[in-house]
Unconditional design. Structure first.
Length: 477
C-alpha cells in the first residue's frame, strides 16, 4: 500500500522563519519525481523553487498563493510506494478544486520517513540525503467544544488541518498555562513574546496544528496593553480614529518588512556620520573607455560600478577599520580580512543588496562580470539567500536615479557605505583654468564606533584621488 508522507516547508537558510507561497508548480493528483520543484515561494530575501524530497502522487497542498507559511508548516503530502502511481492514490482530493483537502491516514503522522518510497538526494536543511531524522512532533491545539465554537466550513475548529480554505481561527482563551511543549517554531516569535512578557502557553495558535505565529503574539500584546478597550468596546470605538475612505494600508511584510526592520535597527544601533566630497570623474571615464577599447569589440565591457568597487577594495586595504563590524554583546570591534562588496539594486520587489564575494581578490574585469550576473539575477528574482547576505562593505550608486547626493543608511551590521551621485558636466577649475568637467559627489556614511573622522576622511580622500587620477591605483599593483 502507498504511504502518505508529509513535506513541510524546509529551513531555507540565513535565519529565515517564513515564506510566502507565490505559485504552485504541481496539482493535487499529479505524479511528482524526487527533487522536482513543487512550489515557488518568496522569502524576505529571494524567490526560491522548493523541491520535494519524495516521489509519488500529490494528495494535498497546504497554503494558498499569497499566503505566508512558517518554516516547519506542512506544504504538501505525497503518497509514495507501490500504488503511488495510480490516479486513485489521490483519494479525497476534492471534486473540482485543484487544492482539495485530503484527509491523512491516522497512522501517517507516526510513520517513519525512512519507509518505502524514494528519498531525495538533494540537501534541504532538515531533510538530508540519507535516512532522514525523526520528524518534528507538532503539538495539536486543545479541542474546542462544538457547542461553543461551532463548525467552520464543515471542519471542527479545534481539530485537524485545513488546506487552502478561508483562514478562520477560533481562539480559546486559556486561564492558566497549558502543560507540555509550546507549539512555536520561530525563534523570532519566542523573542517577541519574551520581550513583551507574553506567556506562550496561554495562547492558542492560529497556524497549522495550533502553531503559534507572530500575529498571535502581537494580538496578545495588543490585548494586554488595552484591557479597558476590551471591557468597553463602545468607548474604544469612540476614541479610535475615523477610517478614511481613501486610506490604503500596505502590510510591512516580506522584503519590505525586512528592509524596514533592518533600516530601523541600523539607525537605532549605529551612531553614523556622513562626509562627502565633489570629485572630477573625467579621467576615470576616459580610463574606462580605454580599457573597453583595448579589450576589443567581443570582450566583455568593464562597468563604471566595477571600477568604483575596485577602488573601494584598494581603499579598504589602506583603511581596514572600515571593513569591520561591532559585536555589541562582547563590546568588541571585529575587523574582517576578506572584503565582500554589496551593491544596492532596485528591483520590482524592492531594494536588494547582492554581494560580490572576495571582491578584494578580483580584477576590474572579474568584478564587472560578477556585478552583471548578480544584477540580472536580482531583476528576475532568482538570487539565492546566500547571494544576498554576508557583505562587509556596501556601494550605493544612487546617481542612476538622477540625484546628486544622499546620506545613506548603513547596511547593518557593516561599518560603512559609499554613495555615488550622478556624473554630470559642471564648470570646474582644472590645471588653473576654468573648464567643463564630468563631476560627481561621493558620500561616505560610517559607524563612528569603529573609527574617527580622520580615518573616514582619509578613506574618502583616497577614493576621490583614484577617481580623479586612476593611475594612483598603479602604486598598489
Amino acid at each position: 500500500m502507498a504511504e502518505v508522507k508529509e513535506f513541510t516547508l524546509p529551513d531555507l537558510g540565513e535565519g529565515l522563519t517564513e515564506a510566502e507561497v507565490v505559485r504552485w508548480l504541481v496539482e493535487v493528483g499529479e505524479v511528482v519525481a524526487v527533487d522536482q520543484p513543487v512550489v515557488e515561494v518568496e522569502t524576505a530575501k529571494a524567490m526560491v523553487e522548493v523541491p520535494c524530497p519524495y516521489g509519488g502522487v500529490v494528495t494535498a497542498r497546504y497554503g494558498a498563493e499569497g499566503e505566508e507559511l512558517a518554516v516547519g508548516a506542512p506544504l504538501l503530502t505525497v503518497a509514495v510506494g507501490a500504488d503511488a502511481s495510480a490516479p486513485a492514490a489521490a483519494e479525497g482530493s476534492g471534486s473540482g478544486g485543484a487544492d482539495g483537502v485530503v484527509a491523512e491516514a491516522d497512522g501517517a503522522d507516526a510513520a517513519e520517513d525512512g519507509g518505502a518510497g524514494e528519498t531525495s538526494g538533494a540537501v534541504l536543511v532538515g531533510y538530508g540525503t540519507g535516512a532522514p531524522p525523526a520528524r518534528r512532533r507538532r503539538v495539536r491545539p486543545t479541542p474546542v467544544p462544538a457547542a461553543a465554537a461551532g463548525q467552520v466550513n464543515g471542519v471542527a475548529s479545534g481539530y485537524g488541518r485545513h488546506a487552502v480554505t478561508p483562514e478562520v481561527s477560533v481562539r480559546a482563551e486559556a486561564a492558566e498555562p497549558v502543560p507540555g511543549p509550546v507549539p512555536v517554531i520561530s525563534p523570532l516569535v519566542r523573542r517577541l513574546a519574551r520581550q513583551n512578557g507574553v506567556e506562550l502557553r496561554t495562547l492558542t495558535g492560529s497556524g497549522p496544528d495550533g502553531l503559534i505565529l507572530r500575529a498571535d503574539v502581537e494580538r496578545a500584546i495588543g490585548a494586554a496593553g488595552a484591557p479597558a478597550a476590551a471591557a468597553e468596546p463602545s468607548a474604544a470605538a469612540a476614541s479610535a480614529p475615523a477610517a478614511d475612505a481613501g486610506e490604503v494600508r500596505i502590510p510591512l511584510r516580506g522584503l519590505r518588512g525586512v528592509v524596514a526592520d533592518k533600516m530601523s535597527r541600523s539607525r537605532r544601533e549605529i551612531p553614523e556620520a556622513t562626509c562627502w566630497v565633489d570629485v572630477d570623474a573625467t579621467e576615470l571615464l576616459a580610463a574606462r573607455r580605454a580599457m573597453n577599447a583595448a579589450g576589443g569589440p567581443d570582450a566583455p565591457k568593464i562597468s563604471l560600478l566595477a571600477l568604483l568597487a575596485r577602488i573601494c577594495t584598494a581603499a579598504l586595504a589602506r583603511y581596514p577599520e572600515l571593513n569591520a563590524r561591532v559585536d555589541t554583546e562582547a563590546r568588541e570591534i571585529v575587523r574582517l580580512e576578506r572584503v565582500h562588496v554589496g551593491f544596492a539594486a532596485q528591483t520590482d520587489r524592492g531594494l536588494v543588496v547582492p554581494v560580490v564575494r572576495d571582491a578584494h581578490a578580483r580584477s576590474a574585469e572579474s568584478l564587472s562580470e560578477e556585478l552583471s550576473r548578480l544584477t540580472g539575477a536580482a531583476r528576475d528574482g532568482s538570487l539565492t539567500p546566500g547571494e544576498l547576505t554576508g557583505s562587509t562593505f556596501t556601494l550605493n550608486n544612487y546617481g542612476v536615479f538622477g540625484v546628486d547626493g544622499s546620506t545613506p543608511i548603513i547596511n547593518h551590521p557593516e561599518a560603512a557605505m559609499l554613495g555615488v551621485g550622478r556624473i554630470v558636466p559642471k564648470p570646474w577649475v582644472y590645471e588653473g583654468e576654468l573648464a567643463v568637467r564630468q563631476v560627481t559627489q561621493l558620500s561616505l556614511t560610517f559607524d563612528h564606533r569603529v573609527c574617527d573622522g580622520g580615518v573616514a576622511g582619509g578613506f574618502l580622500r583616497y577614493v576621490a584621488d583614484c577617481v580623479e587620477q586612476p593611475a594612483v591605483l598603479l602604486r598598489g599593483v
